[in-house]
Write a protein that binds this ligand. Structure first.
Ligand code: CP
Ligand code: NVA
Length: 304
């Protein structure tokens, strides 16, 4: 089984992974960090783009499960000088037991999975970031004790993280409000699919409207990896979508503030909000580790 899109998970599979993630977190907190569950298994991590959380959490997750990791920079592989994705996928399938790829284009990860004989995990593309959202749903569950009926509001760029969040919300029974300027909407196909699953997804130009009575406020960088050439234009277009103290004041008093990180202080979020009582951003980052341990455990246990 692969995790290319958050929609690759059924609601039941997502529930199972989340439950295991909480169990693993409790076990780690009580000193039981390491297991032998994946002894003998090797996970390759391939990066076309930088990463702190995804790289380190996958490496630590795999090692704590008893397995091993190879962390590979795509530019140092033959991929970086023109070897095709499909041959790379076939060859790596004969060496390692699973691959996580962070790629510029979503099609690269899809193509890799098409030719690989081993599980393939999307570690972020221009279209989705499903691993992030598993950790985010785990974080919301921790603080709200539920997902069903929770309203999450997204501010700014309707990007890869936003797309996967909408998918995750559809799987978990949450409602989504997206406040973004024209041209920054999440993918129409994702919104349509979520709505077809009964998810209440509303798009608005007004951050104030989206924040009102929200349970969760979520934002991400205004300039994603790969969008650097548009930086100045993006800062101008997105300037009214900052998650700041005034916006948080419109949400429920116990609203959670989330961000996948890295945070660009003074752009999409103020420092005050990052370190406010509402912020669960560092717990969210920690939960990448627990959620990915649960995901790896699930993917290695599933037969197809
Ligand atoms: N949130 C996230 O994926 O962070 P990194 O880019 O540091 O991996
Ligand atoms: N949207 C951001 C997420 C970083 C984790 C990016 O793609 O750069």
């Amino acid at each position: 089984m692969n995790l290319i899109s958050i929609f690759d998970l059924t609601p039941a599979a997502l529930d199972k992974i989340l439950e295991q993630a909480h169990t693993l977190k409790r076990a780690r907190r009580s000193g039981s960090k390491v297991s032998t569950e994946l002894t003998g298994q090797i996970l390759a991590l391939i990066f076309e783009k930088p990463s702190t959380r995804t790289r380190v959490s996958f490496e630590v997750a795999m090692r704590e499960l008893g397995g091993e990791v190879l962390s590979l920079n795509a530019s140092e592989l033959q991929l970086g000088r023109g070897e095709r994705v499909q041959e790379t996928a076939k060859v790596l399938s004969s060496y390692v037991d699973a691959v996580m790829i962070r790629a510029y284009q979503h099609a690269t990860v899809e193509e890799f999975a098409q030719y690989a004989a081993i599980p393939v995990i999307n570690g972020l593309t221009d279209f989705e970031h499903p691993c992030q959202i598993i950790a985010d749903l785990m974080t919301i569950q921790e603080y709200k004790q539920r997902l069903q009926g929770v309203t999450v509001a997204w501010f700014g760029d309707g990007n890869n993280v936003c797309n996967s969040l909408i998918g995750g919300a559809a799987l978990a029974g949450m409602a989504v409000r997206v406040a973004c300027p024209a041209g920054y909407e999440p993918a129409a196909a994702i919104v349509e699919k979520a709505r077809s699953m009964g998810c209440d997804v509303r798009l608005t130009r007004s951050p104030e409207e989206a924040a009102t009575d929200a349970d969760v406020l979520y934002t991400d960088v205004w300039v994603s990896m790969g969008d650097e050439a548009e930086r100045e234009q993006r800062l101008r277009d997105l300037k009214n979508y900052q998650v700041n103290e005034a916006l948080v004041a419109r949400a429920k008093a116990d609203a959670l503030v989330m961000h996948c990180m890295p945070v660009h202080i003074g752009e999409e979020m103020t420092e005050g909000v990052l370190y406010s009582a509402n912020s669960v951003i560092f717990e969210e980052a920690e939960n990448r580790l627990h959620a990915q341990k649960a995901l790896l455990s699930y993917l290695f246990s599933v037969q197809d």
